[in-house]
Write a protein that binds this ligand. Structure first.
Ligand code: ATP
Ligand code: LTN
Length: 331
C-alpha cells in the first residue's frame, strides 16, 4: 500500500440476487480499488430489514451474496468484507447520528419516497432513518472514498452534511468522504422499463439480469428487452432502451459508444440484443463457476466474515469511543 492509499468503504444489501446493475455500478469498482487502497466492504443486512423479509430467505441471500462477491473478486487478503449486523458499532453510531439529522433532511430522500410508495403497508421508521445508518457505516471507518451507483449520491451528500455538522459542533471527529461514481454504468436501467433503474428487488424478473442467471436466461432477457420502434444502434438520450443496452455492452467490453455504433452499423436491434446476451453470459460464466465453489465451503465463508468483523469492530470502535467522549456520555 503506498502513501496515496485511501480508506474506501462501501456496502450492498443482501436483498435478493445481485444484478449486473449492482456489478457495473458498484462491485466492479470495489474489485479494482482493492489493489491501491485500504478497502472495507459490508453486506448491509441491517438495511435490508427496512423492507419485510422472510427470515430463511434473508439468511440464504446473505450467504449467497457473500460467496458471490468473493467470486466477483473481493479478496479478503486485501480487504475487509463483513456482515453489517456482526459489528455492533454500526447500530450504536446510527442512533447517535439520528439525533444530529433533521426530519426534513430525511423527508427529502428520493429512495425513501420511492420505497414508501412501493411498500405502502410497511412504511416503518427504519425505512425513514435508513440513510443515517448508511452515514454511520461510512463515518465509522473515516472513509475517504465511497464507490456507489448514482442512486446513492443523495445519501452520500447527507453523509457529508452530517459529518460537517458534527465536526462543527464538537471539533474534527469525522473524515468528510467523497463519492466515487463510475463514468459509465452508474445507472443501469430496467430491461422492461428503461426509465426505471434496474433493481434486484423488482418483481418483474425480466427487468433485471442477475449475475447468477443461466446463459439461456440471460440471452432470453436481452432478447426481450424493451426498445423503441426504430432499429438503428445509436446512443441517444431520447431513446432510453437502446441507450441502456449500449451502456451495458460498453461496460462489459470496455468499448466506447462510437466503437459499438460502428460495430453494429447497418444491423437491426435483434442482432445487437443477441450479441449483448451472449457477451454478458460469457463474461459471467467464470464468476458463476467460482461462486459454485465458494458457496459449498460454508466453513471458509464463516472464517472470512468472522475475521473481517473482528477487525472491523476494532477499527470502528475507535471512532465510536471518540464520539461518545465528545458528546458527554460517562464512560
Ligand atoms: P434494492 O432493489 O433492494 O433496493 P438495489 O438493486 O437497488 O437493491 P443496493 O443494494 O441498494 O441495490 O445497491 C448496491 C450498490 O449497487 C449501490 O452502490 C448502488 O448504487 C448500486 N446500484 C444499484 N442498482 C444500480 C443500477 N441499476 N445501476 C448502477 N448501480 C446500481
Ligand atoms: N444504502 C445502500 C447500501 C449501503 C451503502 C452503505 C453503500 C449501506 N451502507 C455505505 C455505501 C456506503 C444501498 O441500498 N444501495
Amino acid at each position: 500500500m503506498d502513501s496515496f492509499a485511501k480508506t474506501v468503504f462501501s456496502a450492498i444489501q443482501p436483498s435478493g440476487t445481485i444484478t449486473i446493475g449492482n456489478y457495473f455500478g458498484a462491485i466492479k469498482n470495489w474489485v479494482e480499488l482493492q489493489n491501491k487502497h485500504n478497502c472495507i466492504f459490508a453486506l448491509a443486512d441491517l438495511h435490508t430489514i427496512t423492507v419485510m423479509q422472510d427470515p430463511a430467505k434473508l439468511k440464504r441471500n446473505t450467504l449467497e451474496a457473500y460467496a458471490l462477491l468473493l467470486a466477483c473478486g473481493i479478496n479478503v487478503e486485501k480487504s475487509l468484507f463483513f456482515i453489517q449486523s456482526h459489528v455492533n458499532t454500526h447500530a450504536q453510531l446510527s442512533w447517535i447520528l439520528d439525533c444530529y439529522t433533521q426530519f426534513g433532511e430525511l423527508s427529502r430522500m428520493t429512495q425513501f419516497k420511492d420505497k414508501s410508495k412501493k411498500h405502502v403497508d410497511n412504511i416503518n421508521c427504519g425505512l425513514f432513518s435508513y440513510p443515517v445508518l448508511m452515514v454511520a457505516d461510512i463515518l465509522l471507518y473515516q472513509a475517504d472514498m465511497v464507490p456507489i451507483g448514482l442512486d446513492q449520491k443523495q445519501h452520500l451528500e447527507l453523509t457529508r452534511t452530517v459529518a460537517e455538522r458534527f465536526n462543527f459542533l464538537y471539533g474534527e471527529t469525522f473524515k468528510v468522504p467523497e463519492a466515487y461514481i463510475p463514468k459509465n454504468g452508474a445507472r443501469i436501467m430496467s430491461l422492461q422499463d428503461p426509465c426505471k433503474k434496474m433493481s434486484k428487488s423488482d418483481e418483474n424478473l425480466n427487468s433485471w439480469v442477475a449475475i447468477l442467471d443461466s446463459s439461456d436466461n440471460i440471452i432470453k432477457k436481452f432478447k426481450r428487452a424493451v426498445t423503441d420502434s426504430e432499429s438503428c444502434v445509436r446512443y441517444d438520450e431520447s431513446k432510453p432502451g437502446i441507450s441502456n443496452l449500449i451502456t451495458i455492452y460498453s461496460c462489459a467490453t470496455g468499448k466506447s459508444f462510437d466503437e459499438i455504433e460502428k460495430e453494429f452499423d447497418g444491423v437491426g436491434y435483434g442482432i445487437f440484443k443477441e450479441a449483448i446476451g451472449e457477451c454478458i453470459a460469457e463474461n459471467l460464466s467464470a464468476v458463476q463457476h467460482r461462486f459454485s465453489e465458494f458457496i459449498q465451503d460454508k466453513s471458509y465463508l464463516e472464517k472470512c466474515y468472522k475475521e473481517s468483523a473482528e477487525r472491523a469492530l476494532c477499527l470502528s470502535d475507535k471512532t465510536l469511543k471518540n464520539v461518545i467522549e465528545k458528546i458527554g456520555f460517562v464512560k
